[in-house]
Design a protein around this ligand. Structure first.
Ligand SMILES: [Fe+2]
Ligand SMILES: [Fe+2]
Length: 310
């Protein structure tokens, strides 16, 4: 039996609730208990998981197409940063991308199976038929997203996404009380750490012009800021959806959420992890920047800085 099949069988044995699908048995936002109603907190937590699961499913589908695209671009010498590499090195990279693409396609199936055990499967934004790496329409759509931008942007987004995903898997692995689900996260952790190692080597081996570095700097910092604070943006979307007219109570709750929800130990250590993983990539391109300087740069980065395209 293949590893994927055995993982899919493990999922078959489990239940996945909307409010605590990974059985972390801990409130995601313990600080909110004193401030918001239990009903609202539960709703926000369920929204975090729903959004995360859908993001992960779409992400695994997307990278299945994108990594194939990078592989072909390196083969065809259309990415200037990697065109200096020897034929042998390119062949190794090519072969490893084959493995990664297969793994990402398998991860997609795992998320699909989990989602279909939750109520998220009934939502309109869950679109497994569209997010299918074998669908010509999906491939074309994805290719059109990066056809007119420099390869560095989607690449930076993908590696920071990998760092975020790995940090989430580690969080769930550590916190889950269900041994079967722990096994599932261990499987993800092993494979995603290998992807990170591969992308680190790839990024380190690139030769970047000063302009490309400057753009990469912005692209990294922007992507990292978007990934800090587990699912904060998703919760704010929920507040906007709940907001009808000018409900002052809800505005107050949203303000409280944004000021206290992420100050606990769980989120502080999660953010630390995302930053540490992301720094590895940033450091690969900017070896002279220390981790402290990097943290300062992330903290003070303003997302309204324009990122240029080719
Ligand atoms: Fe993956
Ligand atoms: Fe990956």
């Amino acid at each position: 039996m293949s590893t994927t099949q055995s993982i899919l069988d493990l999922i078959d044995q489990c239940q996945f609730s909307d409010e605590d699908p990974f059985e972390i048995n801990q409130n995601l936002f313990p600080n909110l208990k004193e401030h918001l109603s239990i009903g609202l907190i539960k709703q926000l937590e369920a929204e975090c998981y729903a959004n995360w699961l859908n993001w992960a499913f779409e992400g695994e589908s997307r990278v299945s197409v994108f990594y194939k695209y990078i592989q072909e671009s390196i083969d065809n010498n259309t990415v200037p940063y990697f065109s200096h590499m020897s034929v042998d090195t390119k062949q190794q990279i090519h072969d490893y991308f084959d493995e990664i693409v297969n793994e990402e396609r398998e991860h997609r199936l795992i998320f699909k199976k989990i989602i279909e055990k939750t109520n998220l499967a009934k939502r309109k934004n869950y679109r497994p038929d569209f997010f299918d790496p074998d669908s010509a329409e999906f491939k074309q759509y994805e290719h059109s997203r990066y056809a007119h931008v420099e390869m560095l942007f989607p690449l930076a987004l993908a590696v920071i996404g990998e760092s975020y995903l790995l940090s989430c898997f580690l969080l769930f692995y550590k916190q889950s009380s269900n041994p079967v689900k722990k096994q599932l996260f261990k499987h993800f952790l092993t494979e995603e750490s290998q992807h990170i190692a591969h992308f680190l080597n790839l990024i380190k081996s690139g030769i970047y012009s000063d302009q490309a570095k400057d753009r990469l700097h912005h692209s990294f910092l922007q992507s990292i800021q978007d990934r800090l604070n587990f699912e904060k943006a998703a919760v704010n979307v929920i507040f906007s959806r709940l907001q009808q007219g000018s409900d002052n109570k809800l505005l107050h709750d949203q303000h409280l959420f944004n000021t206290v929800a992420y100050s606990g130990k769980l989120h502080e250590s999660f953010n630390k992890l995302v930053l540490r993983r992301s720094y590895q990539f940033y450091h690969a391109v900017f070896p002279d920047v220390t981790e402290d300087t990097f943290l300062h740069l992330v903290e003070n980065y303003h997302s309204d800085v324009l990122i240029g395209s080719e």
